[in-house]
Design a protein around this ligand. Structure first.
Ligand SMILES: Nc1ncnc2c1ncn2[C@@H]1O[C@H](COP(=O)(O)OP(=O)(O)OP(=O)(O)O)[C@@H](O)[C@H]1O
Ligand SMILES: [Mg+2]
Length: 313
């Protein structure tokens, strides 16, 4: 009894909590969760090289939600793939929690536009899949899978087959499967772009709630500005060919945010103004025949630039 009184007298628990939080913040400043350093990447097309990304420098703090936006073809997917370790940069480095990456790893899970679920497995087995590969035992992986299925509100569908799910449900399974692996980062490449506006709206709420609960660091690619404003702490705008960081915006709006909120609309308009010049470049180039001397953009197809009602680019 005497001992515990003495300990309580000498240790100020609240002070320790404050100090450890300050220390964590300092560490985060010194060592962000993600550090992209001087990344450049070029591809070969029609027997000539062109620069897809040039000197990209970007950091994300632990638990930060960063969206990358930019016109079609500006290199968003390429950048995400480089961070995922699926694509190799020509130069530069990517660091996760102070470790230089060298290829793909379980610390980063990618969620693509089309949920890449296994059609021969039911919902819960899809979520369990990665855990099984990791050697997690049966009951433990079932509990983990159920925890995350509950988080995406699909407990009732745990025994359903993939073909019985809607597009939105499939993406929610993909998110549960990714979270079940407890990665350090989620990398999301236009995960909601194939969904109708209403489903996307619901998933914006779901993802915000999941992020608030799990505080995962998320790198999210989209060409929909309103989606970015709805989700992100910070929005990074890439310019077109070569993709360079043009500008960053911090979004200081309370969560959960609603796509239709007037403040979200106002932020989106401001960002759209920044992007207008870039989009015009792409449209002009893609309308051209097959080369564009004026702006040095690699003209790929005759398809007009992507447009998306509700702030898409
Ligand atoms: N493997 C490849 N070989 C040749 N060119 C490529 C390859 N991958 C991407 N590119 C080119 O690199 C550029 C950037 O492509 P990327 O897919 O990263 O763009 P994006 O910003 O994701 O576009 P979108 O919004 O349409 O998805 C494009 O011009 C594309 O054609
Ligand atoms: Mg892409």
């Amino acid at each position: 009894m005497l001992e515990s009184v003495e300990i309580e007298n000498t240790i100020d628990i609240d002070q320790i909590k404050v100090e450890s939080r300050q220390l964590a913040n300092k560490l985060n400043d010194v060592q962000p969760k993600l550090r992209i350093q001087n990344i450049s990447k070029s591809f070969q097309s029609n027997n000539r090289g062109f620069s897809a990304l040039e000197d990209i420098n970007l950091e994300a703090r632990e638990g930060e939600f960063v969206c990358i936006v930019g016109p079609s073809g500006c290199g968003k997917t390429t950048l995400l793939n480089i961070v995922a370790g699926l694509e190799k940069a020509d130069s530069g480095e990517v660091w996760i929690s102070g470790h230089k990456i060298n290829g793909a790893g379980p610390d980063r899970v990618v969620i693509f536009q089309e949920a890449a679920l296994f059609p021969w497995l039911n919902v819960i087995k899809n979520v369990e899949f990665g855990l099984k590969q990791k050697g997690v035992n049966g009951s433990q992986r079932r509990n983990t899978a159920l925890e995350y299925l509950k988080m995406v509100h699909l407990t009732k569908f745990q025994h359903a087959h993939v073909h019985e799910l809607s597009g939105g449900m499939k993406q929610r399974v993909a998110i549960a499967r990714a979270l079940a692996m407890n990665p350090e980062m989620l990398l999301m490449d236009e995960p909601f772009s194939a969904l109708d506006a209403q489903t996307r709206w619901i998933l914006h709420f779901e993802l915000q709630n999941i992020w608030l609960k799990t505080k995962k660091t998320i790198l999210f690619v989209t060409h929909n500005i309103r989606e970015a404003v709805c989700l992100a702490d910070r929005i990074v705008i890439l310019s077109t060919s070569p993709g360079r960081i043009k500008k960053e915006f911090t979004v200081e709006l309370p969560r959960p945010r609603d796509d239709n909120d007037v403040n979200v609309a106002e932020y989106s308009t401001r960002i759209m103004k920044e992007l207008k010049a870039e989009i015009n470049k792409v449209v002009k180039c893609e309308m051209d025949a097959d080369s564009c001397v004026e702006c040095d953009i690699k003209c790929t197809t005759e398809v007009p630039a992507k447009t998306d009602v509700g702030g898409g680019i």
